[in-house]
Ligand binder design. Structure first.
Ligand code: NAD
Length: 467
């Protein structure tokens, strides 16, 4: 077939123009580098490209080198990002956010978390390896924005995935900041750019479009019931790390001075923002007054004017006033018109009954209700009632081994802490690794690299046995 010169020129021009458009798009992606994009489509495209590059061209040792670089870079900014978070979200305590960020950086496992299973026999060798899903849509809460991003990023990259983060709009600035630092560290270690991406203006619509996008292979939702339900009804592989309402049981076998300190430390940690923090005390009637006394001897204040607190903590419809979430105890008392015993008060305690909204609702603030149980069986029932089947976290203070075991069996939580503050359950002062994505509803538990993998089997028949 003969092609005329004009036609040939036309074809050549079209090809050049299409190549230029592609180049412009790449330049465009490059210009908005460090992972932050103006729209979700570009954020996903860039993460897909980066993940493919990671999977094809990088070894597991390379990934570990990238993770080391991410840990080192994030370490330099711990104080800054903790301050930025408190400034932007107006929640929590800088000194506690520093502890949480350090946990995420230093105690999130890397590639060592991945396991290969092998089966060998007369018919050869079969191995099962933990392979990446591809690109994950990871949704982070306002209560632990940077900790969740750092910990998820380490785990998900260890498992060879790319990540599109959807931060809470109320923490978008600090979330972008940490994503940029981590991306820069990945590139400094020779890794691909845009392995972690996000949009400039995260909204519920951007989360929705990310979840629905066919290039997203997995959804990891860390947050309240709304986002967990949205992830679980997406039709995709989803990990749901949802709300909790952790009770702490106290029986009559313990040193109440030590217990009082543990409860105050756990329940006031980052002003009670962690989903794992003690949210309600269930004390045996026989020791309840002594426990309250021991707590008020420390930096907690027992408030008798419960109506004053209800007026500021509860909205008219009975829901929790979000304006007080993560605020200091003295600030909340001030709003309620109650004088705090000191400016740096850590915790407010109220003596109420089981059905009180402060007990039944996840408050996420340093105001802890205490309920009284006539015996240990009633205490366990109350604990289960408060936990509401979230299967999230529970604490117990007891020296009675039977009690320790009985409550564990009854409450069936993902995290069960005995004789320590709640944060021991996420690796602060307790053994074990850290994570800020605790997947009760979907059963992965405390997530780590292997939670973000698919198992793949490779079979070699005959000829591979040395015996
Ligand atoms: P949140 O549910 O309001 O928001 C969490 C994230 O989900 C945000 O990024 C938000 O933009 C997004 N989101 C909210 N509703 C959505 C919906 N319907 N569809 C799509 N996206 C949605 O929660 P929060 O106030 O940021 O965080 C506190 C909550 O998260 C508490 O309930 C706490 O217990 C829970 N939490 C759980 C874990 C865990 O590991 N299990 C860890 C941290 C926080």
């Amino acid at each position: 077939m003969e092609i005329k010169k004009d036609e040939l020129n036309n074809i050549v021009n079209q090809v050049i123009s299409s190549l230029n458009k592609q180049k412009d798009k790449n330049i465009n992606l490059k210009q908005k580098n460090n992972g932050i994009f103006s729209n979700m489509d570009d954020a996903i495209s860039a993460a897909v490209k980066a993940q493919e590059c990671l999977q094809l061209n990088y070894s597991i040792e390379d990934r570990e080198k990238i993770i080391k670089s991410m840990r080192e870079a994030a370490s330099k900014y711990v104080e800054k990002m903790s301050k930025m978070t408190v400034e932007e979200t107006e929640m929590g305590r800088v000194e506690d956010k520093i502890i949480k960020n350090n946990l995420a950086i230093n105690k999130t496992p890397g590639t060592e978390d991945l396991r290969t299973e092998a089966y060998s026999g007369k018919k050869g060798l079969t191995i099962v390896e933990e392979a990446p899903f591809g690109v994950i849509c990871a949704i982070a809460p306002v209560t632990n924005p940077t900790e969740t991003i750092i910990s998820n990023a380490i785990s998900m990259i260890a498992a060879c995935n790319g990540v599109v983060f959807n931060s809470h709009p109320g923490a978008k600035k600090v979330s972008k900041f940490v994503i940029e630092i981590l991306n820069k560290a990945i590139i400094d270690a020779g890794g691909p750019e845009n392995l972690l991406t996000a949009v400039n203006e995260p909204t519920l619509q951007t989360v929705e479009s990310c979840m629905k996008d066919e290039r997203i292979a997995m959804i990891v939702a860390t947050g309240g019931p709304g986002v967990v339900n949205a992830a679980l009804s997406s039709g995709k592989k989803a990990i749901g790390a949802g709300a909790g309402n952790p009770p702490v049981l106290v029986d009559d076998t313990v040193d109440l001075k030590r217990v009082a300190k543990d409860i105050i430390n756990g329940a006031s940690f980052d002003n009670n923002l962690p989903c794992t923090s003690e949210k309600a005390i269930v004390a045996l009637e026989i020791i309840a007054d002594s426990l309250l006394e021991a707590m008020t001897a420390e930096n907690a204040q027992l408030v008798h004017d419960i109506k004053a607190l209800e007026r500021v903590i509860l909205n008219d419809d009975g829901s929790i006033n979000k304006d007080l979430v993560g605020k200091d105890a003295s600030y909340i008392l001030d709003k309620a018109g109650v004088k705090a015993k000191n400016e740096d008060l850590r915790l407010v305690v109220v003596d109420v009954d089981l059905k009180h909204p402060f007990v039944q609702k996840e408050q996420l603030m340093p105001v802890i209700p205490l309920v009284r149980a006539k015996d240990f069986n009633e205490a366990m029932e109350m604990g289960v009632d408060i936990e509401e089947g979230n299967r999230h976290t529970a604490m117990i203070h007891s020296k009675n081994v039977d009690n320790l075991t009985k409550f564990a069996k009854k409450i069936e939580t993902t995290i069960y802490v005995k004789n320590a503050p709640s944060y021991a359950g996420i690796g602060a002062g307790g053994e074990g690794y850290a994570t800020f994505t605790i997947a009760g509803p979907t059963g992965e538990g405390l997530t780590s690299a292997r939670s973000f993998t698919r198992k793949r089997r490779c079979v070699l028949v005959d000829g591979f046995s040395i015996i």
